[in-house]
Design a protein around this ligand. Structure first.
Ligand SMILES: *Cc1c(COP(=O)(O)O)cnc(C)c1O
Length: 390
């Protein structure tokens, strides 16, 4: 079955949908039992998609768990109140006091903050590594290394890591590889096919797709699912049936939306590449982007998020440009239908393992579903403002 068809039908089993196209939103705390036998049955089967207690999910949640298995090939999936909670929850599930973990230097900034503060306080030693390290990661492995945390591409500087090279080394040393797959989603990168053990998604982004809900998902392969599940159940992580429903709804159009995000982003990036004030187009499909070769080899497409650097100008020029953009709004997060822009001035401070060499300003764009020519016209008029400051 083609992926396009799979995304339409995943998780839509009659036992969850009750014969409706979409599964109903079942809100619950208490589940009530008429007999002791019924209650015992629920107790015995609580991890087998059987109603037990609201925190452990209702049919709406079970439908999304099934959908994730079908579209991603994971052994199990669970839901977190945000993407960040899925990242930190997955790390805590596999590392404790006295352990050492390796985290890509290009990791999502709040994940890095957690590693440097809370995780450190829990007695876990965190070492950041050059995102482009590839199989040389073996030289950093210690007897107590438990996790290699990866993110491909990074969500600001866009380096595409060599995931197969890293998972190959990790398997040899029995280390768990976690991947933050938010940029690609299962639609553009087959994490389990490339040897990853645990995948985290900020479903807030493309799964939801409309900038109107916060939710995280962590999934695992057969080897890691029981441990990930025990951790998230003991921690009490859960997401509301309403938000879970929104993810299910988003999955139906995920492939289609990503195709359009890709096409639009490539058009805008190609235009940027031709501008005299642009230095590097940091889009995985462009050679300027570190790890472009890895993207070409391992990914089936690109999404709508990328960055570029100027070859001139500074903070003042960038601020003037940002103030004059009309369609591109400034805002955190991305993955919705709308275009967004973010100016980044001081990337050096965000690096611990390897210096970020670019001296000129970097702009991150999320290309939405608007007509790309309109977006290009918006950028073109703002570039004229930029030129007044150089
Ligand atoms: C946004 C994001 C997160 C966090 O997701 P939230 O739902 O905003 O908490 C994690 N990782 C990456 C790569 C992200 O872009």
């Amino acid at each position: 079955m083609s992926d396009e068809t799979k995304y339409i039908h995943a998780g839509r089993h009659k036992k969850w949908t009750k014969g409706i196209v979409n599964p109903p939103i079942f809100r619950a705390s208490t589940i009530i039992y008429d007999t002791v036998e019924e209650m015992d049955h629920a107790l015995k089967n609580m991890h087998k998609n059987t109603l037990f207690y609201g925190r452990k999910g209702t049919d709406t949640h079970f439908a999304l768990m099934e959908a994730m298995k079908e579209i991603e090939g994971c052994a199990g999936a669970w839901f977190y109140p945000s993407g960040l909670a899925a990242c930190t929850g997955a790390i805590m599930a596999f590392a404790g006091a006295g352990d050492h973990i390796l985290v890509t230097d290009s990791v999502y900034e709040p994940t890095k903050k957690f590693c440097k503060s809370n995780l450190k306080n829990m007695g876990v030693e965190v070492e950041f590594y050059d995102p482009m390290i590839g199989s040389d990661i073996e030289s950093l492995i210690r007897p107590n290394t438990k996790i290699i945390f990866t993110e491909a591409p990074s969500s600001v500087t866009m380096e595409v890591q060599d995931i197969p090279a890293i998972t190959k080394v990790a398997r040899k040393h029995d280390i768990v590889v976690i991947l933050d797959n938010t940029w690609a989603t299962p639609a553009l990168f087959d994490a389990y096919g490339h040897g990853v053990d645990v995948v985290v998604h900020a479903a807030t982004k493309y799964f939801i797709g409309h900038s109107d809900a916060m939710i995280g998902i962590a999934t695992a392969n057969d080897k890691c699912w029981a441990r990930l599940r025990d951790h998230n159940q003991q921690m009490g992580y859960c997401a509301s049936a309403d938000d879970v429903y929104m993810v299910l709804r988003g999955i139906r159009t995920l492939k289609l939306r990503l195709k359009q995000h890709e096409e639009n982003a490539l058009k805008v990036a190609s235009w940027l590449k031709r501008q005299d004030i642009v230095d590097k187009t940091l889009h995985p499909a462009f050679e300027d982007c570190l790890g472009h070769e890895n993207w070409k080899r391992d990914f089936s497409g690109s999404s709508g998020l990328f960055s570029f650097t100027f070859n001139c100008g500074g903070r003042q020029a960038v601020s003037a440009l940002l103030d004059h953009l009309k369609l591109f709004k400034m805002g955190f997060s991305w993955g919705g239908y709308e275009s967004l822009v973010m100016g980044l001035y001081d990337l050096k401070k965000s690096r611990d393992a390897k210096v970020w060499e670019e001296k000129n300003p970097l702009l991150r764009l999320h290309i939405g579903l608007e007509e790309p020519d309109d977006l290009i016209a918006d950028l073109a008029q703002a570039f004229e403002i930029y030129r007044q400051y150089i």
